[in-house]
Design a protein around this ligand. Structure first.
Ligand SMILES: NC(=O)c1ccc[n+]([C@@H]2O[C@H](COP(=O)([O-])OP(=O)(O)OC[C@H]3O[C@@H](n4cnc5c(N)ncnc54)[C@H](OP(=O)(O)O)[C@@H]3O)[C@@H](O)[C@H]2O)c1
Length: 321
């Protein structure tokens, strides 16, 4: 089978498309998926050069297996002896190990049945980005009807899902993106869209219950100005930059916010079957629709990653395997 392999920790240039053995199960709860589509995420980019303290089982000095790619949609080709409720021949979407390859391995708790309304490439756009948006809004910000939510970074993978999911939860949504994406973000349900090249939302006089921040490009003071008293700054990401820089910046901000406000939280999403099922319902009834920017064939995974690293992907970038 063909798969992209990371030869050494470094950059996109250290990836190589190779013929490799079929992946094997780590335990009996895993399944083998023939990948039809994958999509790229900032996590894939961080996995090219994870900080030493996060290398854990992947090899400290150089990658042990080097298979990369997380989001997937495809057909189950094999199941571990303890897997329940999923059979060979089923279609699944979720995350796995080595999704930038013809076959990947996934844990049974991290995949679900894709909604019938979606194509395979749409299903592959969902797992990490939509799970992040759902867990942020529903679990960490407790967003509900009537709340005012602002999504900073609304045109990207997480942002395009966040605008739609916040609306589905009953919130009134405002959003921030660049000029070329204003119409797209409006079409997703944002009632007010700030074009950050022309207007600073923190100086608009508008105030929100929740700001979902994917960029960390304003001071805590500015965010506080844009939040209602007691409002929450939920930091999901920090745009581009190395994972170490992002984590240190986020930890620093979270600590500083204890002294100067506003109420600030940071979290790491985890893809779980239960949440994929919730998302599948929203996707099936049309409350949420994936936005796909560009599509790349398997041979061009490095180009897909380069586009993501450029920082201006519109919705999701999909890989056709
Ligand atoms: N905490 C977690 O568990 C978790 C999970 C997933 C992702 N993340 C993080 O969340 C962040 C977003 O992820 P993603 O998948 O959405 O990334 P992405 O798809 O690469 O985001 C790209 C988007 O960022 C927007 N953007 C760039 N500069 C901006 C600015 N100054 N103001 C507002 N928007 C701007 C771009 O819009 P324009 O082209 O219009 O500028 C583009 O649409 C990343 O930092 C990622 O690492 C965290």
């Amino acid at each position: 089978m063909r798969a992209w392999i990371l030869r050494r920790y470094g950059s996109v240039d250290d990836l190589e498309l190779r013929d490799v053995p079929m992946p094997t199960f780590r335990d009996e709860h895993e399944l083998l998926v023939r990948v039809r589509h994958s999509s790229v995420n900032p996590a894939d980019r961080h996995n090219l050069r994870p900080p030493v303290f996060l290398r854990g089982g992947q090899g400290f000095l150089r990658p042990k297996e080097g298979r990369i790619g997380l989001d997937l949609a495809g057909r189950v080709e094999g199941v571990g002896t303890a897997v329940r409720g999923i059979q060979v021949g089923d279609e699944v979407f979720g995350v796995g190990r080595g999704a930038f390859g013809e076959f990947a391995v996934a844990d049974e708790t991290q995949v679900a049945t894709p909604p019938a309304r979606l194509s395979s490439e749409q299903a592959a756009a969902v797992p990490i980005a939509a799970t992040t948006a759902l867990q942020a809004l529903r679990d960490h910000a407790n967003v509900g009807p009537g709340q005012r939510v602002l999504v900073n970074g609304a045109a990207g993978g997480v942002g395009t899902f966040a605008v739609q999911i916040a609306r589905a939860l009953g919130a009134e949504v405002s959003a921030v993106c660049s000029t070329r994406n204003v119409a797209l973000v409006q079409s997703l349900g944002a009632i007010r869209v700030f074009d950050y090249t022309r207007e600073d939302f923190t100086r608009s006089g508008e105030r929100y219950d929740v700001i979902l921040d994917m960029q960390v490009n304003h001071s805590l003071r500015a965010f506080r100005r844009a939040l209602k008293p007691g409002g929450l700054l939920l930091v999901v990401g920090a745009g581009q930059g190395s994972i170490t820089r992002i984590l240190l910046g986020l930890i620093g901000r979270t600590i500083a916010s204890k002294f100067v406000g506003p109420r600030t939280k940071f979290f790491i999403a985890k893809v779980r079957r239960d949440d994929l099922v919730v998302l599948a319902e929203m996707l099936q009834d049309g409350r949420v629709t994936p936005v796909i920017d560009h599509r790349y064939p398997l041979d061009h995974v490095p180009d897909a990653l380069r586009e993501l690293i450029g920082g201006h992907a519109r919705g999701k970038i999909v890989v056709t395997v």
